[in-house]
Design a protein around this ligand. Sequence first.
Ligand SMILES: [Zn+2]
Length: 115
Amino acid sequence: MTAPTIKPGTRDALGRFAPGNDQRLEKNGHWKGDAVSPEAARDRLKRRMPIHGPCEGCGAKASDRHHKDGNTRNNDPSNIAQLCRRCHMKADGRLAKIAAMDAWRSRRERKVGGR
Ligand SMILES: [Zn+2]
């Protein structure tokens, strides 16, 4: 017995889309547009914008995509900087946080050591 033929753009008896029917992005019934989670928005960006070229901050090899406005759902190319990990952590303020934590730790150790 041969499989029944289905016209492209239609669904079969089980509700599956026929082969050749493009269901990507907004054509998909599950497409969330801007209502997507931050994690899914980052995954989208990784698929759409491969890393190429040097870090825009220091010229080293770029490894990260940085959202300049802090909104991970804004994947407009003008909002994305390709950075190395160090420049990305600096841009996000993570390096400053780590430095503050290190300073706090060494102050505390000095206090504990000199009691
Ligand atoms: Zn850099």
